[in-house]
Structures are given as structure tokens and as C-alpha cells.
Ligand binder design. Structure first.
Ligand code: ZN
Length: 651
């Protein structure tokens, strides 16, 4: 359970390493590649900068938001280096996006609509109702949302928050809720919490079972433990990075169940349109007909989005995504003067909104359909990714550039969604694992030294993709080969310096750092969120136990356990056999080895590590009938997942 939302919470825990002292300068091939970008894109077009600054009211007082336990929650100050010209070590297009995402403060979007931007990775939108405030997406942690609301109150009349809207089920859009409202006011009916259909299920589900792996992989996606700077982390595409702080969740009191629903909330008319299975399993956009404003949540921002985030997730559906964008364009754009989103900056003017939405629609359409077309010509994922190029008409729009998602990565995601990981070639059906493959390659290449000599020559020629591939084989064969690790790190670094996608840059630079310094020890700070543990359905608790069962240890073991939750009046029958745990809800067995009676609250305390099963039994919080040893045996079979496993070397 404690892996829940680690994906977001753990990311800011490790302090930035001092990578700057070992990072290297841009090589000539990188300098040439980045200069080429500079010449090929219309950097003189400053319209986005005007939009990013439009309506600016005030910035943060000192650029740092205090977090819990002596960590700052957020520091926009760390990005002060972005005020200069793009350096050779950053793709100029990404540098531009990084500058745009650094505009931090309170902004007026239109009458009644304000935004807090760059106080967090996401935006908090504040709508002024007749008597109070409607907050759309209270950021990722309560420290940043509270600071954002405080800034708003310094410049606008102090009115109570009467409603919070969660645009979708990702933590950066709800987990700061306790920074803007008090749970007691929600319970008393003074504040409504409104969410799209399926919100709670999706919000607690997405990161539970593979949360441990996602947390680790997310470090590569966001680069949050890299030093910030021209040779380090500069941006995350959708915003700067992930904050550090308290992850909270207050369940919705009202859900938008129909495909489209119109409500009047505190005098503000809002049409909600559910857009499920696009950027998130549960998501909705919002149209304000009287204010002539359209909030696209996270399905149309100022970047190509990820169809498959680097942290890992169930693959997203570009086809559904494009279709919802098309409907929004048809239905709401003719009556809109401004389009905002829950990341990046707004767009003003009907023509500009229409052209941005059309470009976003056609980009997902293009990636989906052209990938499927090439699949039908027999091309494999790598071949399709190499072949696809956006048409010039799309590439000319800044918002279609891949600062977060990328064309190559997204086309592979489409392949995965429609055909799966297997490319159909039996040579790829059962390859040797990484370490064994590496050893055979090195042997066939005539030894590591000989291969490294050739790889160094290719490095000089700027062939970084190949150098990374070949040195990865040498490092897999022998993770202690320092020369190979160093060359692989150098190749990754140059690839990172050239990448337009923040996700690619962050991944390459994180990989380089780990090859040079090893994997940083995981932080010991607890990131368990009590709100989220309490919100977890019992089914998911047992699903999580099941994936923790060590199959080899469980060989030959059998157990039948009744669980009776006295406060919520729910029964579960748990069965261990054949190295697998299964359960039935609402059932119990007379033949059980042991029967447990406990409250859901006790289970939550165990999940939060405030107590343990043996301690709770001793304290009389768990009533045990039958063979208590069977529970002990089962607990002994549960695996503990490491927080800092290897990624660039074999495990
Ligand atoms: Zn988001």
C-alpha cells in the first residue's frame, strides 16, 4: 500500500546530486545539431511568450515555497539560469519551452477566471462565483496549492472556496486539495468536490500494483534528482518538475456521470464533457458558455503528450483522444474567446484556438493512423519510428512539438496498443536476457577493448545512438567495466543535450549520472498518504497482497483465511494454493485455517506502518480464531520491493 502515489510523492525526496561537476560539455556534433535546430525553427515568433505573460498580476514573493520537514516544496528560483540564451548543451526548442514554463505567479485569464502557474508542475485555475471560488485542480501537494491560493487572496477579494473540480485522476490534479479546503467543510456540505466519471477508481488504481517500479522509472521521466542547470534538468515539458510535499485526497461529493452535463455552480454555468481513456482513464473538459472560455484539462496543452509515459502505464488511446478533440473543436470553439488548460499557458482568439486544437487533433490522428498504415506494410516499431515525420503543416506549430511525448515514442505506443510487444519475428520471440546477450556480443566482437576502441571512434563521429547501443552490451556483460560505463554515459549525455523532449533529455542524463555515480540510495522519508490508503478499496488491498507473494517461496504452501471487517461489514475469503493468492468478496469458509476479525481502520494503520499484524494482534485489535500461525506463514511469503533497482545495468 505504501507504494501508492510514490510515483508522484517520492520524486522530490532525493536532493539533487552534484552532477554538474562531472557532466561534460557539448561535443561538436551536438553543437552542430542544436545550431541546426536554431536555424530551422521560427524563434522570432514570440506570440507564446506574450500569451504566457498575458494577464500577469503578481509573482511569488521569493520564489520558494516551504515544504514539510525542512525540504522546500517548490523553488522557481532554481530555474533562474533559463533567462540566458540557449546554451550548446540544450536543444534550443526545449530551452524555449523551459523558458515559457518558468512564468510563475497569478494570472488573469478572462473575466472571473484566474490561474496560478509554475507553483507546481500543473496549473490551479480559480473561477470567481457569485459568492465564492471554484477551484479547478488544486495542484500536487497541499503546500503549493495553499501558497497559490494565498497569492490569489493578496490580489483578489477573500471569498470562501465553495467548490473544487478535479479535471482528472492524476495526482498533480487533485492531491493538493487539503491546501485549499478543509475536510470538515466538505463533510458539512459547505464545499462541493466534483470529478469525472470513474475518478476514484482510477485515482487509486493507476499506481498501486506497479507503484514501486513506476516511482523508480519516474526519476528518469522527470529528472527530478538531477541537478538543475544548462547541463542538467531544465524542464518537464508540461511544467518545470514535480513538487515535494503532502499528497492528499478528499473523495468527490458529486460525479459527472453523463457524457455531457451542464451545471450552474455558484452562479457560473459550466458544461462538462467526459473524455475517458484519453490522457487519463477518467478525465473531463469544461466549457463556460457565458464566459466564452474552454478549459481542455490535459488533453490539449502546448506540447505533444505521451501515449505511454516513461514511468510506465497502460497505453493510452490516440484514436479516442483525437475524436474528443474533434468534438470539442466543433462544439465549443465557435463560442470561445480563450482556451486554457491545466498545464502550460492559455490561447486567446477564436482563430488561434481553432488552429491549435485542429493541430492537436490531427497530430494524434496522424500518429495513430500512419503507424497503423505502416504496420500493415509489415514494418516493426523501430522501423516505423524511424520512418515517420510530421507533415510540415503540423511541425510548423510549436504546440505539436514533443516536449513531453514524442513522435517516435508515441508511434511505438500505438503499435503496443494495437499489436502488443511482439513484432512477429521469432528471432525476437525468446532472446537471451540482457547480461547473457552482452557477454555473447562482446565475445563475438573480439573482446571489450577492441569494441570500445571502435566505439570511441564512432563517438568522435557523433554516432551517439549506436555508441550507446554497443557500450550497453559491454556494460551488460561486465557492469564493472569502467571504461565502457564512462563511454556509455558520455554518449547518453550528448543524446540528452540534443533531445527536444524533456523526457528523453531527463532519461539520458539520469542514465549518464547512474553510470558514473551508481544508483542513489533511496530516501527513507515516508511518503505514505493516509488519505489514499483510506480510499483504497479492499479488493485492491488483496490484489496488492497477491502481487507481493513470492511464488518460489510459496511452493507447496496452502492456506485458507477468513477476513471479517467489523466496521465496514465486509467479508473476504483468501485462498493460497499453487503459489497464487485468490480471494472472494462476501464469502467465508467453515474449513478456514484461521479467521480474523478486525476493523478497516486497523488494516489502514498496518498499511501505513503505524502498527503491524503481530502488534495489532497483541493489542487485541485483531481477533484470531484457529491457527494464527497460518497468517504468520502467509506474511512471511510476502516480498518487499526495492526502491532503487538497476535500470541501466542488469539486476
Ligand atoms: Zn497533469
Amino acid at each position: 500500500m505504501n507504494r501508492l502515489f510514490l510515483c508522484f510523492a517520492v520524486m522530490a525526496l532525493s536532493l539533487a546530486a552534484s552532477a554538474a561537476e562531472i557532466s561534460k560539455s557539448a561535443e561538436p556534433a551536438t553543437i552542430a545539431a542544436n545550431r541546426q535546430v536554431k536555424q530551422s525553427l521560427p524563434f522570432a515568433d514570440r506570440a507564446d511568450f506574450a500569451d504566457a505573460d498575458r494577464g500577469f498580476i503578481a509573482g511569488p514573493a521569493d520564489g520558494v515555497i516551504a515544504g514539510p520537514a525542512d525540504h522546500s516544496a517548490w523553488s522557481i528560483k532554481d530555474y533562474g539560469f533559463l533567462s540566458s540564451e540557449a546554451p550548446d548543451s540544450v536543444n534550443p526548442s526545449l530551452w524555449r519551452q523551459a523558458q515559457l514554463n518558468s512564468r510563475s505567479g497569478l494570472f488573469k485569464v478572462t473575466e472571473r477566471i484566474y490561474q496560478i502557474r509554475s507553483f507546481d508542475v500543473s496549473n490551479m485555475t480559480i473561477v470567481e462565483g457569485d459568492s465564492g471560488l471554484i477551484i479547478i485542480d488544486p495542484l500536487t501537494v497541499k503546500e503549493t496549492s495553499a501558497a497559490g491560493l494565498a497569492l490569489y487572496f493578496q490580489h483578489r477579494p477573500a471569498k470562501p472556496v465553495v467548490a473544487v473540480i478535479y479535471s482528472h485522476s492524476h495526482a498533480d490534479h487533485f492531491a493538493g486539495v487539503r491546501g485549499v479546503v478543509d475536510g470538515a467543510d466538505v463533510a458539512a456540505g459547505k464545499v462541493k468536490i466534483i470529478a469525472p466519471k470513474g475518478f476514484m477508481e482510477a485515482a487509486v488504481q493507476e499506481n498501486v500494483l506497479v507503484g514501486s517500479a513506476m516511482s523508480r522509472r519516474a526519476q528518469f521521466q522527470f529528472g527530478n534528482i538531477l541537478a538543475k542547470g544548462a547541463q542538467g534538468q531544465v524542464d518537464a515539458g508540461l511544467g518545470k518538475t514535480i513538487p515535494y510535499g503532502s499528497v492528499t485526497l478528499i473523495p468527490p461529493t458529486d460525479t459527472i456521470e453523463q457524457p455531457v452535463e451542464t451545471r450552474t455552480i455558484d452562479g457560473v454555468e459550466i458544461t462538462f464533457m467526459n473524455t475517458p481513456n484519453t490522457e487519463a482513464p477518467a478525465e473531463m473538459i469544461m466549457y463556460f458558455p457565458k464566459l466564452r472560455a474552454l478549459d481542455m484539462a490535459e488533453i490539449a496543452t502546448k506540447t505533444l503528450h505521451n501515449l505511454l509515459p516513461f514511468r510506465g502505464a497502460e497505453v493510452r488511446n490516440a484514436d479516442a483522444w483525437a475524436k474528443y478533440l474533434n468534438i470539442a473543436l466543433d462544439r465549443y470553439v465557435p463560442g470561445s474567446d480563450v482556451m486554457l488548460a491545466q498545464h502550460n499557458w492559455p490561447t486567446w482568439g477564436g482563430d488561434k484556438i481553432a488552429s491549435l486544437l485542429a493541430a492537436q487533433r490531427d497530430e494524434y490522428r496522424f500518429i495513430n493512423d500512419q503507424t497503423i498504415r505502416l504496420i500493415n506494410h509489415g514494418l516493426t516499431p523501430a522501423e516505423i519510428a524511424e520512418r515517420l515525420h510530421l507533415p510540415q503543416s503540423l511541425a510548423a506549430e510549436w504546440s505539436t512539438h514533443g516536449y513531453y511525448g514524442s513522435l517516435k515514442h508515441d508511434s511505438k505506443a500505438v503499435y503496443q496498443r494495437v499489436l502488443g510487444w511482439y513484432d512477429g519475428n521469432p528471432a525476437d520471440l525468446d532472446p537471451l536476457p540482457q547480461a547473457e546477450t552482452g557477454r555473447k556480443f562482446v565475445e563475438y566482437m573480439g573482446g571489450a577493448d577492441k569494441a570500445l576502441r571502435r566505439a570511441r571512434a564512432d563517438f568522435k563521429k557523433g554516432q551517439y545512438r549506436w555508441v550507446a547501443q554497443v557500450t550497453a552490451q559491454i556494460v551488460s556483460a561486465d557492469p564493472n567495466n569502467k571504461a565502457a560505463r564512462a563511454l556509455e554515459a558520455d554518449a547518453f549525455e550528448q543524446l540528452g543535450y540534443q533531445a527536444e523532449a524533456s523526457t528523453w533529455r531527463n532519461s539520458y542524463l539520469q542514465a549518464a549520472q547512474e553510470l558514473r555515480d551508481g544508483v542513489s540510495p533511496p530516501s527513507s522519508i515516508s511518503t505514505v498518504s493516509p488519505d489514499v490508503v483510506r480510499a483504497l478499496p479492499l479488493d485492491m488491498f488483496f490484489d496488492y497482497l497477491a502481487v507481493r507473494l513470492d511464488g518460489a517461496k510459496a511452493e507447496g504452501k496452502r492456506a485458507v483465511i477468513n477476513w471479517h471487517f467489523t466496521d465496514v461489514k465486509q467479508d473476504y475469503l483468501l485462498n493460497l494454493d499453487h503459489s497464487a493468492l485468490s480471494y472472494l468478496a462476501g464469502r467465508s469458509s467453515d474449513q478456514a485455517d484461521v479467521s480474523l476479525s478486525l476493523t478497516r481502520a486497523t488494516l489502514d494503520q498496518i498499511s501505513l506502518k503505524q502498527t503491524s499484524f503481530p502488534q495489532a494482534m497483541q493489542a487485541g485489535l485483531i481477533k484470531v480464531e484457529g491457527n494464527a500461525g497460518k497468517l504468520g506463514e502467509l506474511l512471511g511469503l510476502l516480498d518487499v520491493f526495492p526502491a532503487g533497482f538497476n535500470i541501466v545495468t542488469p539486476n
